[in-house]
Write a protein that binds this ligand. Structure first.
Ligand SMILES: [Zn+2]
Length: 287
């Protein structure tokens, strides 16, 4: 099976009222964990990687692994570039068959963000690729984007209307209180703002910083037009804890297959729980 566009997945998520997970990728065993978890849950998902992830894995290796893994997958999957910051980063991914990209102009001025997003939309729409952009600034660090305490800013509903109209973007990442990384205290989501954006902006909305959001937040967000939530920190944590757990219990173990195999299994467990919480479990329309 080939990759589908994320627009296709969002349409289904919208009609069935669920949130799709965007799983970030770091190495082979992590990508395997995504595919195993999503197939066990029968959940469509976005297989994501950031430019930083691609510098680690290599674009050719990433797409080859992704293709090999989803050739046995029975759930719809989109291959998505997370936090792309320029056409130079985006174009090679399109050439290699990505079906979805994010252009993150959130650190630019409003007009510059419109300008670059519009250019990306114009170029990649010809290939049937879905574009996500971001308006407002989500706190924390992801790939090459870092927003420090005090530098974050929430998405303005009026600006969101103008931005979507001016760019023709397919989905919009909003800043309403989520953050990249771990939450030190209970996340406080500005649902009034989210409702105001959803009322006036017709495209699917995206949350970055999904790790640590509880079922009530997911449920309310889903009712207010959020169709994708990104998961990165949880994956890093599940995988690395798996490695630590195994090497602690078996200090003499030198076989990477056992150590990384345990880390992968641990990640699968966590990701299956995410699919269930997001309501994407059992939403495989191909079955
Ligand atoms: Zn992000």
């Amino acid at each position: 099976m080939g990759f589908v566009s994320s627009a296709r997945i969002y349409r289904h998520a919208e009609s069935e009222g669920y949130v799709v997970a965007g799983f970030d990728s770091y190495c082979l065993e992590v990508i395997q964990a995504h595919v195993i978890a999503a197939n066990a849950e029968n959940a469509p998902f976005l297989l994501q990687v950031t430019p930083k992830g691609l510098r680690q894995i290599g674009l050719g290796y990433f797409t080859a692994m992704a293709r090999a893994l989803i050739s046995n997958s029975t759930v719809p999957v989109a291959m998505h570039l997370d936090h792309g910051t320029s056409l130079d980063e985006i174009q090679p991914c399109i050439e290699k068959g990505f079906t979805s990209v994010m252009i993150d102009g959130s650190k630019l001025s409003f007009d510059e963000n419109i300008e670059i997003t519009r250019r990306v939309v114009k170029i990649v729409h010809r290939r049937g690729v879905t574009v996500e952009a971001e308006l407002g600034r989500v706190l924390g660090k992801e790939s090459d984007i870092e927003v420090k305490n005090g530098e974050e800013s929430y998405t303005d509903p009026d600006a969101a209307v103008e931005f979507v109209r001016a760019t023709g973007v397919d989905s919009l990442a909003v800043s309403v209180g989520t953050k990249h990384g771990f939450y030190r205290k209970e996340p406080l989501i500005d649902f009034e703002r989210l409702a105001a954006i959803h009322e006036r902006v017709r495209v699917p909305l995206v949350f970055h910083g999904g790790t640590g959001l509880g079922p009530e937040i997911i449920d309310r967000a889903s009712k207010l037009g959020v169709r994708k939530i990104n998961i990165g920190t949880l994956i890093k944590h599940a995988f690395t804890s798996g490695v630590k757990e195994y090497t602690h219990a078996h200090p003499d173990e030198i076989d990477p297959r056992r150590i990384l195999g345990h880390a992968r299994d641990n990640t699968v467990k966590e990701l299956r729980a995410v699919c269930r919480m997001f309501g994407s479990s059992g939403k495989n329309w191909l079955k």
